[in-house]
Write a protein that binds this ligand. Structure first.
Ligand code: 5AD
Ligand code: SF4
Length: 452
């Protein structure tokens, strides 16, 4: 992982070990990638800093899932023009999903001359070589391709444990090709880490004191499907549940089409797996689900939820929803609203459909005005708010076990309970330790409790 030239080249350019800053956009997978990018560059002589303005190397780890995310990146990249004018030695690097799109890479090449290097997140280990090439030749290195879309093992990880949660990728890429989604185009085909590598990193997390460990993949339910490991996702969960120590296992994201009864049975039987499942439905209409290429019907989805609740009575579901998919009628939108109530979600993350170049949905007729979509989103969020409120009121009076995630300055602390909710708790606790609490109140959409 160490590039023998690089630390010497960097010292020559800056006269000292360069300060590195990484700005991360988008999902947890990007956060996990940034933790590896940081580890890799620290092992090549960089020193991490928390301040973009004083950094010598600034990396933008970008997201392409919706247009809004891309607009933000372009805004922040634009600000680098002034930084480069004042300190031309600064190195500006872009990686992540956004730069894997040819039209974006071309735009950066033509219109953002102060971006020096583009790298491909699907092979992070090539980054030091790219920086070295840039320093050696003095020319921008902008080809977004990499030698191979791979599973990088052995890269040092510097975890950001500020929120007391460790992210652990178990697989990369996506083969599902939901018709609206750019991820399969930018992250390549699905590939899983070997179970022994996952278990090894998991143990390292536990030994380092992590209490809340989240397994990551675009669709964890197809873990190992193409690999011939003989270990599927429920098997992996069981292996991790058997690791010694006190911790909570979480995972994200579960595609309903691959969620099996075995998964829910495993959760029911394994005490260290969180009773919170993020199971994105995207729409409550069968016609829209078909157009989205989701490969399940509303009834099949609800059957999963019912089965899960029958074996894990205290389970909480959350979901992602897209409002205003091309051609979605008012009635189809209302079907999504009714599904929120039927599924009794604890929370939903809802988005207005964003057209992504190169995806099948981008060429579907879409004549619903944006203002109508925005109204639908607001109304849907209001429905969810009421469902959430009922569930949170139902938590009042219950005893919960959670992890203290931060101390407040008025004799209370923040506690994340099993279903992922944050509670403000009176009493004392140590950050990153388990605590038993009773939930006492629900005021202004916030849960309160006291330590036992
Ligand atoms: N427009 C809006 N939302 C999208 N998502 C993915 N692609 C799009 C898009 N083109 C949402 C989905 C997914 C979440 C991570 O982002 O709901 O589950
Ligand atoms: Fe996108 Fe669907 Fe893959 Fe999720 S499962 S990353 S929504 S294509």
């Amino acid at each position: 992982m160490k590039n023998t030239n690089l630390s010497t080249q960097l010292k020559e350019r800056f006269g000292h070990e360069p300060n590195l800053f990484i700005r991360t956009y988008g999902c947890q997978q990007n956060v996990a990638d940034s933790e590896r990018i940081r580890g890799l560059l620290e092992s090549n002589g960089c020193v991490y800093c928390e301040d973009a303005d004083s950094a010598d190397i600034v990396i933008f780890n970008t997201c392409a899932v919706r247009g809004h995310a891309e607009d933000r990146v372009f805004g922040n990249i634009g600000a680098m023009k002034a930084v480069k004018a004042a300190r031309p030695e600064v190195i500006v690097i872009m990686g992540g999903c956004m730069v894997q799109q040819p039209h974006i890479a071309q735009n950066i090449k033509m219109s953002y001359p102060y971006v020096d290097i583009i790298f491909n997140t699907n092979n992070i280990s090539e980054l030091p070589g790219r920086i070295s090439e840039f320093l050696g030749k003095g020319k921008r290195v902008l080809d977004p391709a990499c030698s191979e879309y791979t599973v990088n093992e052995g890269i040092p990880v510097v975890r950001d444990l500020e929120r007391c949660r460790a992210y652990l990728p178990i697989m990369y890429g996506c083969d599902n090709f939901c018709s609206y989604c750019v991820v399969p185009l930018v992250r390549g085909r699905e590939r899983s880490r070997r179970p022994e590598d996952v278990v090894k990193e998991f143990r390292e997390c536990v030994e380092a004191g992590c209490k809340d460990i989240m397994l990551l993949g675009q669709n964890v339910n197809s873990y190992g499907n193409k690999s011939g490991f003989g270990v599927d996702f429920p098997d992996l969960l069981r292996m991790l549940n058997d690791v010694d120590g006190d911790f909570v296992i979480r995972f994200m994201t579960s595609h309903p089409k691959n969620a099996s009864k075995k998964l829910f049975d495993t959760i029911a039987e394994c005490g260290k797996i969180s009773r919170h499942i993020h199971l994105p439905v995207q729409s409550g209409s069968d016609r829209i689900l078909k157009l989205m290429n989701r490969n399940y019907t509303r009834e099949q989805y609800m059957e999963l939820i019912r089965y899960a609740r029958s074996v894990i009575p205290d389970v909480y579901f959350t979901s992602d929803i897209i409002v205003g998919f091309p051609g979605e009628t008012e009635d189809e939108y209302l079907q999504t609203c009714s599904l929120i109530e039927e599924a009794n979600y604890y929370a939903t993350f809802s988005f207005i459909y964003s057209k992504r170049e190169g995806t099948p949905a981008a060429s579907m007729p879409d004549d619903t005005p944006h203002s109508v979509k925005a109204q639908r989103l607001n109304a849907l969020n209001e429905i969810q708010r009421k469902v959430t409120e009922k569930l949170e009121l139902g938590l009042v009076g219950t005893r919960q076990r959670g992890i203290c995630t931060g101390i407040l300055n008025d004799g209370s602390f923040e506690c994340r309970i099993n279903n992922n909710a944050e509670v403000t708790v009176t009493g004392s606790a140590e950050v990153n330790s388990f605590c038993d609490i009773t939930i006492t109140d629900y005021i202004n959409r916030r849960l309160y409790g006291k330590a036992e």
